[in-house]
Design a protein around this ligand. Structure first.
Ligand code: GTP
Length: 604
C-alpha cells in the first residue's frame, strides 16, 4: 500500500455511545469478521470489558477497503472511553491522523465527549462527527448536531447520522475516513522511526509492542534500539493486527502493526518510546507523559496463607498494565500486603475485578486515598527526605504541622453535563464536596455544562454514584488533573481507651474531620465485641477529641447457652472462643477482631 492509501484513525466516544458496536460493523463491512445480527464487540477482549461494557485496553485492527477503484488500508486504533483511561486515549491518538467522534443521538454530548474532543483537537487531528443510534425512538439527531456546532464549532452538515446497531450509513463512515482524514505524513526512504504506542505481554514471546511507523521499514532480523533505554534487540516477528496478530514480511512507514523483539519485561516497552535501527540512529519523537497514579489503596490477602498466590497474580496482572504502581506494605491488623497506585477509581475497580475473576484471588482492598504533599520547614526532616517537598501516600508518615510550611492536596477540574432540571441538587452536591464553580453554560435549551474545581479526595469515594442517582442517571462526569493547592489538612488519630491505633490514622481536611471521625467511631463500635470493661472509642486531632463512641462492658459467657448439659459441646464452644481470640489484636487492653479493622478500612 502506498502511503496515500493508508488512513490511521480512532473512534472516540462517551461510554456506551456505541464505539465498539461501530467498530464491529466496520470490521464486518471490510470482511474481517463474518456478518451477524448480534453485538459481538470483538475488540473488547477482556472479560471485565464484556461485563461492564467498557473498553479497558486499547486494541488495534487493520481493515482493507476498496473505494473509487482504489485499495485502502485503514488502521482502526481502538481507545477506551472512560475518564481514568484518558492516558490510553492520548497515546492511541498520537498514532492517528483523524478520529470518528461518536455521539449518541438520544443522549447528546456528554462529559467524556467534551474531554475526548479536546484531546483530538489539541492533537490537531481531523474530526468526523458521527451521530449514532438514529434508530432509537427518542433519537433527536438535529438537536445533537446543534450541540456539536455550538460546542465544537463543527458545521452541522459535517455530521454523519448512523445506526451502528443496524448498519445504517456505516459504509458512508468508511468513505468519510478516506476523504476527510489525510494519509500519514512519512517518508519511506528514510531511516526507521517507529512510535511504540501500546504493548501487551505474552508468556511465550515476551512483549508484543504496538507500533506506528513514521519513517522507514522494519523486518525480521533487523537490529533495533529503544531510544528510551538504549537497549538493542533483534526483531523476531512483525505483522498487522486484524485484530488477531497476522505476521507480515515487513512493516512500512505509515503502517500500524506489532513487533516482537525479545523484550522480556513490560518496563522495557515504555509507551511513547521511539524505536530505530541500530545502524541508523534517529532523533526520538517527543514521548508521552507517563501516567501518574492518583488513587492509592492497600491490598491484603483475606488469608495470609494466600500471600504468595496473590503475589504471583499481582505480578502477572501488572505485566499487562504498567500504569499500576506496586509497593510492599504491611499492617499489624491485616498482615503483609501491598500499596497500589491507580489512575483513578474505575481503574482500581477494574483491577480488583480482574484479580478476582482472572486469578481467582480474594483480597481486602482498603478505602482509597489520594497523594498529599507537604512543604517541609524542619531542617532535620528536609535532610532526612533529601528534599523540601514530599509526597505522602501513607497517613502514618504524615509530618506534624510544626515541621511543615504548607500542606497541599491534589485538585481536579471536573466537567458535569446534565439536564437543567437537576441543577440545584447538583450544585449543592458540588458545594458539599468543597467544589469551586468555574463556569456554567447551556449547551442547548435544556442541558447545562458545569465546570468545577474539586479536591480529588472529595470525588474519589462516592461522588459519581451520588451524581448519577440524583439525576436519575442523566448526568455525566469527567475530570482532569488540575495540580495541587494549599489545604488545611489534619492528621486524625483513632484511640481505644486512650491508645492510638496505628493502622487507623487518617488524613482529612479540617472541615471534614468531624464526619469522617464520627463514621469511623461508629463502625468500630458496631464491630468490637463487648469486653470485661468499658471501651472508649475516640477520634482526635492532637489532644482534641472530635467524636466518641462507647462499647459497654459485658461478660460474654459462651457456656450460658448450654444449660449445664453436654460436656463435649461445652468443650467445642470454649475452643471456638479461644480460636476467636487468636484472631484478635490487642490495642492496650482492648481486643480488636480483624473484622473491625476490615469494616473501617475496607472500600465500601
Ligand atoms: P465503551 O466501550 O464503554 O466506551 O462503550 P461503547 O461506546 O463501545 O458502546 P457499545 O458499542 O458497547 O454500545 C453501548 C450500547 O449501545 C450497547 O448496548 C449497544 O447495543 C447499543 N448500541 C450501539 N449502537 C447502537 C445503535 O445504533 N442503535 C441502538 N439502538 N443501540 C445501539
Amino acid at each position: 500500500y502506498a502511503v496515500e492509501n493508508i488512513r490511521n484513525f480512532s473512534i472516540i466516544a462517551h461510554v456506551d455511545h456505541g464505539k465498539s458496536t461501530l467498530a464491529d460493523r466496520l470490521l464486518e463491512i471490510t470482511g474481517r469478521i463474518p456478518k451477524t445480527d448480534s453485538n459481538r464487540q470483538v475488540l473488547d477482549k477482556l472479560q471485565v470489558e464484556r461485563e461492564r461494557g467498557i473498553t479497558v485496553k486499547a486494541q488495534t485492527a487493520s481493515l482493507f477497503y476498496n473505494f473509487d477503484g482504489k485499495k485502502y488500508l485503514l488502521n482502526l486504533i481502538d481507545t477506551p472511553g472512560h475518564v481514568d483511561f484518558s492516558y490510553e486515549v492520548s497515546r492511541s491518538l498520537s498514532a492517528c491522523q483523524g478520529v470518528l467522534l461518536v455521539v449518541d443521538a438520544n443522549e447528546g454530548i456528554q462529559a467524556q465527549t467534551v474531554a475526548n474532543f479536546f484531546l483530538a483537537f489539541e492533537a490537531q487531528l481531523s474530526i468526523i462527527p458521527v451521530i449514532n443510534k438514529i434508530d432509537l425512538k427518542n433519537a433527536d439527531p438535529e438537536r445533537v448536531e446543534k450541540q456539536i456546532e455550538k460546542m465544537f464549532d463543527i458545521p452541522r452538515s459535517d455530521c454523519v447520522r448512523i445506526s451502528a446497531k443496524f448498519g445504517t450509513n456505516v459504509e458512508r463512515v468508511l468513505q468519510e475516513v478516506i476523504t476527510k482524514i489525510p494519509p500519514p505524513k512519512t517518508e519511506r526512504i528514510s531511516p526507521l522511526k517507529a512510535l511504540l504506542f501500546d504493548s501487551t505481554f505474552d508468556h511465550y514471546r515476551g512483549v508484543v509492542a504496538n507500533i506506528a511507523l513514521f519513517g522507514g521499514e522494519v523486518t525480521r532480523g533487523h537490529r533495533i534500539v529503544s531510544a528510551h533505554t538504549g537497549k538493542s534487540y533483534e526483531v523476531n516477528e512483525v505483522g498487522i493486527l486484524t485484530p488477531e496478530e497476522l505476521p507480515a514480511d515487513k512493516l512500512y512507514a505509515g503502517q500500524v502493526g506489532y513487533l516482537i523483539a525479545g523484550m522480556k519485561e513490560v518496563k522495557e516497552a515504555q509507551i511513547g518510546d521511539t524505536l530505530y535501527l541500530q545502524k541508523q540512529p534517529v532523533k526520538p519523537m517527543p514521548g508521552f507523559k507517563s501516567a501518574k497514579p492518583m488513587v492509592f489503596a492497600g491490598m491484603f490477602p483475606v488469608d495470609q496463607s494466600e500471600y504468595n498466590n496473590l503475589k504471583s497474580a499481582l505480578e502477572k496482572l501488572t505485566l499487562n498494565d504498567s500504569s499500576v504502581t506496586v509497593h510492599r506494605d504491611s499492617s499489624a491488623a491485616l498482615g503483609a500486603g501491598w500499596r497500589l497506585g491507580f489512575l483513578g477509581l474505575l481503574h482500581l475497580e477494574v483491577f480488583n475485578q480482574r484479580l478476582e475473576q482472572e486469578y481467582n484471588a480474594s483480597v481486602i482492598m482498603t478505602s482509597p486515598t489520594v497523594p498529599y504533599k507537604a512543604i517541609l520547614s524542619s531542617h532535620k526532616l528536609i535532610k532526612e527526605y533529601g528534599e523540601k517537598e514530599i509526597t505522602i501516600v501513607n497517613p502514618a508518615e504524615f509530618p506534624d504541622k510544626s515541621q511543615v510550611l504548607e500542606y497541599l492536596e491534589p485538585m481536579v477540574l471536573g466537567t458535569i453535563i446534565s439536564p437543567d432540571e437537576f441543577m440545584s441538587k447538583i450544585l449543592s452536591l458540588c458545594q458539599s464536596r468543597r467544589g469551586i464553580q468555574k463556569s456554567l453554560v447551556y449547551i442547548d435549551d435544556h442541558r447545562i455544562m458545569l465546570k468545577y474545581l474539586f479536591p480529588l479526595n472529595e470525588i474519589v469515594v462516592d461522588f459519581y454514584d451520588g451524581l448519577k442517582s440524583m439525576s436519575s442517571g442523566y448526568a455525566s462526569f469527567d475530570y482532569e488533573d488540575a495540580g495541587y493547592q494549599s489545604a488545611d489538612l489534619v492528621k486524625m488519630d483513632i484511640l481505644l481507651n486512650g491508645r492510638p491505633v496505628e493502622e487507623l490514622v487518617t488524613i482529612a481536611h479540617r472541615e471534614k474531620a468531624y464526619p469522617v471521625g464520627k463514621a469511623i467511631c461508629e463502625r468500630l463500635r458496631e464491630s468490637i465485641p463487648r469486653q470485661l470493661f468499658e471501651i472508649a472509642i475516640q477520634a482526635a486531632i492532637g489532644s482534641k477529641v472530635l467524636a466518641r463512641e462507647t462499647v459497654k462492658a459485658y461478660r460474654k459467657n459462651v457456656l450460658a447457652k448450654c444449660y449445664g448439659g453436654d460436656i463435649t459441646r461445652k468443650m467445642k464452644l470454649l475452643k471456638r472462643q479461644a480460636e476467636g481470640k487468636k484472631k484478635m489484636r490487642k490495642i492496650g487492653n482492648v481486643e480488636v477482631p480483624k473484622d473491625a479493622f476490615i469494616s473501617v478500612l475496607k472500600r465500601t
